[in-house]
Design a binder for this molecule. Structure first.
Ligand SMILES: [Zn+2]
Length: 231
């Protein structure tokens, strides 16, 4: 195998290693907490707080109704007890009883309103709870898939690194250094020769260079400096 071919193989492995690393970075960036789950959790918490608040409101209104009922009973006892005869006082008591009844009716309406709101909030909490468990299950599956993918990629990376080490060990050390420098400067160090041209820079090679490449020597493109490889 010519040195150019060995270097070309080394480059193939390096490209695979780079692709593997990019893939690992893509997978890793998807690991971690889900923003969507956090959003649903926050909505759920708000809903639960709202429900507690509505329950507090309902109790407060119910206590007020109880209180009004007691007051109304006392007022009516005075009104119909027969002890009070003064017409002005009786009229005042009647007005008071009417006011208490009206207030009580208002409070009854308020209780119904609060109960309606609590029912709607409970429904929304149930929906959000369902959504949350669905999202969490999906997220869990997705994370497991990502981890499995990452393990596979790491194994492939280890194998490629090993291949690279073996390939590099079989190549004259000084040549590998040239390869590394070119790779840093040009991105790729080895260019294929196709139809008499360097595929690294697309320049047609002079006949002498082409003959040297055919001869299996280590030839660098006069234009871009890459090591030329003829398949
Ligand atoms: Zn070139």
């Amino acid at each position: 195998m010519s040195i150019a071919q060995q270097l070309y193989q080394l480059q193939e492995v390096d490209l695979e290693l780079a692709a593997n690393q990019q893939h690992q970075a893509r997978v890793s960036s998807q690991l971690g907490a889900s923003q969507e789950i956090a959003r649903v959790k926050a909505k759920l918490e708000t809903g639960q707080q709202r429900l507690e608040e509505l329950e507090r409101q309902q109790h407060a209104v119910e206590w007020e109704i109880e209180d009004l009922t007691v007051k109304l009973k006392a007022t009516e006892e005075k009104l119909f007890g027969g002890k009070i005869r003064n017409p002005k006082e009786l009229t005042n008591l009647q007005r008071e009883a009417d006011e208490l009844k009206a207030r009580s009716a208002q409070m009854e309406d308020r209780v119904l309103e609060v109960m309606d709101q609590a029912e709607a909030t409970t429904k929304s909490i149930t929906e959000l709870t369902g959504e949350l468990s669905r999202l969490e299950a999906e997220w869990h599956d997705f994370q497991e898939k990502l981890l499995a993918e990452l393990i596979e990629l790491e194994a492939a990376h280890a194998k490629l690194s090993n291949d690279r080490q073996q390939l590099a060990a079989g190549i004259v050390p000084g040549t590998v250094a040239v390869y590394e420098q070119l790779r840093l400067r040009r991105g790729t160090a080895v260019a294929r020769v196709e139809q008499g041209a360097c595929r690294g820079c697309q320049i047609t090679l002079p006949t002498t260079e082409l003959q040297q490449v055919r001869g299996g020597g280590l030839v660098r493109c006069g234009s871009c400096g890459r090591i030329l490889f003829l398949a």
